[in-house]
Design a protein around this ligand. Structure first.
Ligand code: PHE
Length: 347
């Protein structure tokens, strides 16, 4: 019997030490220590022993049980530690791996050009202001000396809100001249960028919504020379010292005299042709119209309570999209509004 017990002990210990996981350990516990286990089976034969042998064997059996129990506990602890190790390795985070760079966006190309233009004018002392897109007809037209019945007031050109045509989406940033002069006394120097709206079909050079930048300077002794100086400075800073501009006489009801400023076409260099074809950017003109300008009409000054005998001023309104297209060599206005990232990423 002693041999039987010793065999159980050595078999059990070897099996426990070799067990691969908790399940196997539990099976071994049942096999050796369970009610129907091997050790129990041997102990059931104790009755056959002589009274002298019985306590001796009992002692041996207890030792074997204790040894198996102890080894079982050790194996449990060991396997748990091993499992934890495996898990830690599998779930390890390598904090030294370089992070993935987050793709950063950037300003819209039109905003880049707007920022450049604002910087240039701020450098010349202009104050940048903002105004309403939903405007009164009196500011958009009447007080700018645009009379009832003037073609620019036509319903086919203007988005009106009311039947009496008194409220509209501003068709130009020029109402900001009136708004600014209402609240400021000369000398004044203002720049007002913003959205304007006209009933235009969208094509390569037109959109029902576009941006203008209005400028206004009023002081004593302001002349057309000041206007040309300010605008030439802007153009040379934006398009380069060698860019070619021209001033052309024009008519606006709110300036007198009035002019338009054109830039030589960047696509065809003023020839109107590209590879024997009519230049698509300037439609063969050789020039791109950038802005309207002129000396503020005395009636407009009067409408704002400024004495035209004492003060004079100039005003200009330029198309921001046109400026951006020339500056960034974009040949279709729709690209600016489509916001296709393949286009935007090029800037
Ligand atoms: N508002 C005019 C336009 O939209 C441009 C302009 C502004 C002309 C200021 C003269 C003075 O065409």
């Amino acid at each position: 019997m002693k041999q039987q017990l010793e065999r159980i002990r050595s078999e059990a210990l070897a099996a426990l030490n070799a067990a691969a996981d908790g399940q196997e350990l539990e099976a071994l516990r049942v096999r050796y220590l369970g009610k129907k286990g091997e050790l129990t089976a041997v102990l059931k034969q104790m009755g056959k022993l002589s009274p002298e042998e019985r306590p001796v064997m009992g002692q041996v059996a207890n030792n074997v049980r204790a040894a198996i129990e102890e080894t079982l506990e050790q194996a449990k602890t060991h396997l748990a530690a091993k499992a934890m190790e495996v898990r830690l390795q599998a779930e390890a985070v390598d904090v030294t791996i370089p992070g993935e760079a987050v793709a950063l966006g950037h300003q819209h190309p039109m905003n880049m050009v707007l920022q450049e233009i604002k910087d240039i004018f701020v450098g010349m002392g202009y104050q940048v202001v903002d105004g309403p897109e939903v405007e009164l007809a009196s500011y958009n037209f009447t007080r700018l000396n645009i009379e009832e019945g003037h073609p620019s007031r036509d319903r086919s050109d203007t988005f009106y809100f009311t039947d009496d045509d008194s409220l509209l989406l501003r068709t130009q940033t020029s109402p900001m001249q009136i708004r600014f002069m209402e609240n400021h006394k000369p000398p004044l120097c203002m720049l007002a960028p913003g959205r304007v709206f006209r009933k235009d079909e969208a094509d390569a050079t037109h959109s029902p919504m576009f941006h203008q930048i209005e400028g206004l300077v009023v002081d004593e002794g302001i002349t057309m020379g000041d206007l040309k100086g300010a605008l030439t400075t802007l153009m040379k800073r934006i398009y380069g010292e060698d860019s070619v501009m021209r001033f052309r006489p024009h008519h606006f009801p709110f300036t007198e005299p009035s002019c338009e400023m054109d830039m030589q076409c960047h696509k065809c260099q003023g020839t109107g042709e590209v590879d024997g074809q009519v230049c698509s950017t300037c439609h063969g003109e050789g020039w791109i119209e950038l802005l309207g300008a002129g000396m503020v009409h005395p009636k407009v000054l009067e409408n704002c309570g400024i004495d035209p005998e004492k003060y004079s001023g100039f005003a200009f309104g330029m198309g921001l999209e046109r400026m951006a297209m020339g500056r960034l060599r974009i040949n279709d206005l729709r690209l600016i509004f489509d916001n296709d990232v393949r286009f935007l990423n090029q800037f």
